[in-house]
Each structure stands twice: as C-alpha cells, then as structure tokens.
Design a protein around this ligand. Sequence first.
Ligand code: BTN
Length: 259
Amino acid sequence: MSREFSIEAFQARLATHFVGRRLLYHASLPSTQDVARKEAERGAAEGTTVLADEQTAGRGRLARGWVSPPGANLYFSVVLRPSAAHLRLLVMIWPLAICRAVEEVTSLSARVKWPNDVLVGSRKLAGVLIDSELGDSESDYAIAGIGINVNFDVSPHEEIRRTATSISTELGHEVAREELLAAVLGRFEELYEAARRGDPVHDAWKARLDTIGRSIRVRFGDSAEEGVAEDAGPDGALILRRSDGSRVRIEAGEVTLKG
Ligand code: BTN
C-alpha cells in the first residue's frame, strides 16, 4: 500500500533545532541532491532538507543509480556547512544516525557496512552519498543524500533484489515514513552537534561495523584488494591485512564478502 507523505505528521514529530526545520518537499524530482546543491549555493541555512516522494534519476555512490519509486521510501538531501575536519566525520555520523533511528522506530537491528551502507542482516537497507564543495569561502557546503528503503518490495527490481531489503520486508508490516525521517534527523543532529563539541564518534561507528574481521574484496577505481578487514581508522579508512601479512589502508571503495 502506498501512502502519501504527511508534512504535518513529520513536523509534529521533529524535535531538532535546525536539521529538517526547513523542509522542501517535492512529489517528484530527478534527484534531491541537485535541488539541495542549488539551495546551498543560494546560501540556504544549514539543515535545510530536500525531500522527494519519487526520484526519476536517483544517484548512488560509485556512479550507480538509486531505485526511487513513489509512495514507498525516503529520499532526502541535507545542506550542511561543516569544517573540513567535521566533513570527514559525516561518513560515520550518518550511517550511525540511521542505525539508531531504525532501532528506535522498529524492532530491527541495523549494522554498518564500510564505509557507510546500513544493513539489516546481510542486506542493504540504506545508503549515504556525500557531495562536498569545501574551500575557504563562505559558500562552502556539503550535501548529504540519504536513501532508506522503507515500505518497499525489492523483488521486482532485478538490479537490487539479491542485495537489498526494506523495513517492511524485514518486519512484515509498514512503518510511518514521517516518524522514521524525524528520528533519523534527530539522531543525526545529536551526533553532529556532539562531534562539533569534540565528542568522538569513531568508536560508536566502529562498534557497528559489520565488516571488521571478515574476509573481503574491496574494489576502488580500477583496482581491487583482498584480505581480512582488520580495523577502521579514526579517519574512516579501512585497514586490510593481505594474505602475505602486509597491511594496506583503503579510503573508499566497494566491499564484497568472500567465502
Ligand atoms: C549509495 O550508493 O549507497 C548512496 C545512495 C544515496 C541515495 C540518496 S536518495 C536521496 C539522494 N538523492 C540522490 O540522488 N541520491 C541520494
């Protein structure tokens, strides 16, 4: 069943100071990332959130698409204005916030697949895409784009049916998208504010990482590395131990489990 997103129900739940306080809702957009970027360039306040019920050209990491049908999921982009140091933390803060919100609103347990996918069991529930434009000027910004599969049957979608899941698939019933969005933005704001006060976020993120201790293959660009994921550094990089015992540090890539 597809239900319209209620802005009133969302606003009644939202308990943040600035994240999501300005919500720009669209029934359909090519991608919320592009609208949020334009807003940021026009000087939009930090926390401005662009939400679409449907995306016709949703984007994922590594030049992939993001399946974005109407009436089912959450697709949103948040304008942020972090310092360079805090920008690096966004890849940890967002998946952590999504995990906490999913666990608050549902009975599910969520984990993080390095660097910033959210998993339920071994399947992907949510993804995070961070585009940034950081220099020295006042107009610097980062756009955090989040896609969460909520009330969605992945099975007709050939490209994701073996690897993705949704909250309704896992629970056997639908949940209110408004409540989940308010919870994600609330948990994000808490973590972001705490990070800006200097609280460490790395340990909490690492404790959620499903990838540590596993035999994996990581692809990045045209290269790939295989080994055991040994650790994740404070900057978010993955430390992989190769079969010859040497260690390699990987900053970004796509992990697949081996064996
Ligand atoms: C990933 O590959 O895991 C990241 C997926 C990010 C998808 C979201 S949906 C809202 C925002 N708009 C987009 O076009 N992409 C992001």
